[in-house]
Design a protein. Structure first.
Length: 175
């Protein structure tokens, strides 16, 4: 791969994108998942009432999911970057085309994540305010909390994709 301005911009954007992905996964998602698991277990063992069980279930489910996603994304990212850099050296155009396609899929998925988090929030609000059950109200409050967490995480992640996508497109464009 020649070292044109577009290439340097791409390499810089790639480092920023993947570094942000790794940091978000290891510094926020993974620890938040572990804390959610600890909190959920604590609620089940020390607070046996229905409200606490309602809060604990989403904490355990989302804690398991966040711990898994945070760990997998955080620890796979350096290898992914190394493989991508090697592929760019070996076959730049094919690698760029494949990466543009991958990032297009990533960017098309954001609207579905937004709908998912909105559904979590709406379901949580409905459970909290429409039902008198302590269990349902606890479940609702936890769903609203995780809707906010999901929107926060994906908000940062989505914004990180845009400069990287632009750099990819500029590098793929004919000169």
């Amino acid at each position: 791969m020649n070292t044109t301005d577009a290439t340097w911009r791409l390499l810089e954007a790639m480092q920023i994108y993947f570094q942000g992905e790794k940091l978000e996964a290891l510094v926020f998602i993974l620890p938040a998942g572990l804390l959610s698991l600890v909190f959920g277990i604590w609620l089940l063992t020390d607070h046996p009432d229905a409200f606490a069980r309602g809060v604990a279930i989403p904490c355990l489910a989302m804690g398991l999911l966040m711990t898994t996603v945070g760990g997998v994304v955080g620890y796979r990212t350096p290898t992914q970057v190394t493989q991508l850099q090697a592929a760019l050296q070996a076959a730049p155009q094919a690698t760029l085309a494949a990466e543009v396609e991958r990032m297009d899929k990533v960017n098309r998925a954001w609207k579905y994540y937004l709908v998912l988090w909105a559904a979590f929030g709406a379901a949580g609000l409905a459970l909290r305010f429409a039902l008198a059950s302590d269990f349902a109200q606890g479940l609702g409050i936890a769903l609203v909390f995780y809707a906010g967490v999901g929107l926060l995480v994906d908000g940062f992640a989505e914004r990180r994709t845009h400069p990287y996508g632009v750099a990819l497109a500029m590098s793929l464009a004919p000169r």
